[in-house]
Design a protein around this ligand. Structure first.
Ligand code: 5AD
Ligand code: FES
Length: 346
């Protein structure tokens, strides 16, 4: 029964909600992981794309209940890199061989459109792909960043359960967030989304809906991360039991449904399991986003506790991840890794 569902997913890339729920509930997970690994190899190969993540500000106007840098967490030491510091960090990342820079921050209104566009234009001069992960903006702002040269945008939907989303992200509208994703697609960005797995009140049926949502959009990239409760948030006492395994299954099923997209082995996976990213790479993932932020600022970008690499330099992470990738018989891909390129080559 489970084997035939896995086969159906691997062959047709289509499953209904009930079938997705059955797959996410399976006990014989290795069957699923092996199928996802095979499909990953067939569609996107053995190369792993690296994206240098620069966490440039932890100021945030939002108050998401799960997030360590929510505005109500007054114990966070807030920092903001200057545009020059951001550019310097990006140049350094490029010198380590990265072909994609990801700029991530809280929703920090200090960075206006002109400043962001200046940073985007300067980074694009380094001949890299540029991804933004800076939250909900107006369509005009997204258009301006695109015009300045931004290639990709990451905006996780977090959960497709609208009620849950609006409970956990007070002041934000789920419909508005979906609109942002459609705006980004229409503007020609490669769009990444994704969900948190294990949120209080989240059901397996709602995770199945998340997968259908990603397929419908469709996303070019989808990052799945286990929810890890932060002690300085209202969700401090929640558990993490089972979140790792369920996240791995979500990634694997996603690979079967969307065989050629980019799927990152997320940092949060390795925060819950010492081999988390490698297990993810063996269960459908093909991207890693090593931290390229200066060591000085890393401890303050604490979205969740136990984040890896806090004491490491950008250079160390670059070398470390490459040897880990090689240890499982894979290699670092030196192309930029646009999803659109896979589609063209088909
Ligand atoms: N545990 C895991 N991931 C988290 N994020 C925010 N808070 C947490 C947490 N407590 C994730 C969100 C966000 C991404 C940048 O970090 O999914 O989109
Ligand atoms: Fe940072 Fe391994 S990736 S030390």
């Amino acid at each position: 029964m489970i084997n035939s569902l896995v086969t159906k997913a691997a062959e047709t890339h289509t499953l209904n909600r009930e079938e997705l729920v059955s797959l996410l509930r399976i006990q014989e997970a290795p069957v699923l992981f092996e199928a996802a690994d095979r499909i990953r190899q067939q569609y996107v190969g053995d190369g792993v794309y690296l994206r240098a993540l620069i966490e440039f500000s932890n100021y945030c106007k939002n108050d998401c209940l799960y997030c360590g840098i929510r505005k109500s967490n007054l114990r966070v030491h807030r920092y903001r890199l200057t545009p020059e510091q951001i550019l310097q960090t990006a140049r350094q990342a490029v010198s380590y061989g990265y072909k994609t820079i990801v700029l991530q921050s809280g929703e920090d209104l200090w960075f206006n459109t002109d400043t962001l566009c200046y940073i985007i234009r300067e980074i694009k001069k380094l001949d890299v792909a540029l991804t933004l992960s800076i939250g909900e903006k107006s369509r005009e702002e997204y258009a301006a960043y695109r015009q300045a040269g931004a290639d990709r945008y990451l905006l996780r939907i977090e959960t497709t359960d609208k009620n849950l989303y609006e409970k956990l992200d007070p002041g934000l509208s789920w419909d508005r967030r979906v609109q942002c994703l459609y705006d980004l697609k229409e503007l020609g960005y490669e769009v990444g989304s994704g969900s948190l797995v294990g949120l209080p009140g989240q059901t397996v049926a709602s995770l199945a809906n998340d997968l259908l949502f990603f397929q419908k959009l469709p996303v070019d990239m989808a990052g799945i991360g286990p929810f890890i409760p932060h002690p300085q948030t209202p969700l401090a006492n929640e558990k993490t039991d089972g979140h790792f395994e369920l996240s791995l299954k979500m990634m694997a099923v996603m690979r079967l449904l969307l065989p050629d997209i980019n799927i990152p082995a997320t940092t949060a996976m390795e925060s819950l399991h010492p081999d988390g990213r490698l297990l993810a790479l063996k269960s459908g993932a093909n991207v890693v986003m090593p931290n390229a932020t200066d060591r000085e600022f890393r401890p303050f970008y604490e979205l969740y506790p136990g984040k890896i690499c806090l004491g490491d330099s950008a250079e160390k992470c670059r070398g470390c991840i490459e040897s880990k990738i090689k240890s499982i018989g894979r290699y670092v891909e030196n192309a930029k890794g646009f999803h659109g390129d896979y589609l063209k080559n088909k």
